[in-house]
Design a binder for this molecule. Sequence first.
Ligand SMILES: Nc1ncnc2c1ncn2[C@@H]1O[C@H](COP(=O)(O)OP(=O)(O)O)[C@@H](O)[C@H]1O
Ligand SMILES: [Mg+2]
Length: 169
Amino acid sequence: MRICITGTPGTGKSTISKLIPGKSIDLNEFARENGCLKGYDRKRRVRVVDIQCLKEKLRDLNDAILVGHYSHLLDCHIVIVFRTNPSILEKRLRERNYTQEKIRENMEAEALGIITQEALELCRNVYEIDTTSSDEGKILNIIEKIIEGKGEEYRAGNIDYTEEILKWY
Ligand SMILES: Nc1ncnc2c1ncn2[C@@H]1O[C@H](COP(=O)(O)OP(=O)(O)O)[C@@H](O)[C@H]1O
Ligand SMILES: [Mg+2]
């Protein structure tokens, strides 16, 4: 089963996936090692990932946990979207020295639940976990439940940060 952990940058994907025993694949690393970085986004100052290239390189990896903010684009059986309160996300991204523009862009995407929407267009089994609080053990337990098919209460739609936007004006 291919499980994909996705979410806006700063929602805790790398932190949590390092705690998952076994086979989690960091897609940024995988893309770099497999020649799937194509071109350069000057505005965002990041290399662009070639999704088609990743799909081909991952073709035989059916039992894996793929981790990255575009993992939901990669033919997943289960997508788990990490969600974080946008104001907390802002603090985390500031610590990364992201530009104000990039922070805002990610806060908006998170408030609107863009990744969840994208995932729902591609996959029937989409779940959301709130990673605003720091309880890593609890997050790991929820992931386990979802994989075991006992995560109904975490189905996409259980988290809504759209009202946060009203506080920004
Ligand atoms: N569950 C959590 N609670 C509180 N802080 C967290 C949690 N998960 C991650 N963080 C913090 O948030 C920041 C971003 O985490 P990271 O795992 O790098 O996110 P991502 O890989 O999704 O971009 C880090 O500073 C990390 O320490
Ligand atoms: Mg990361």
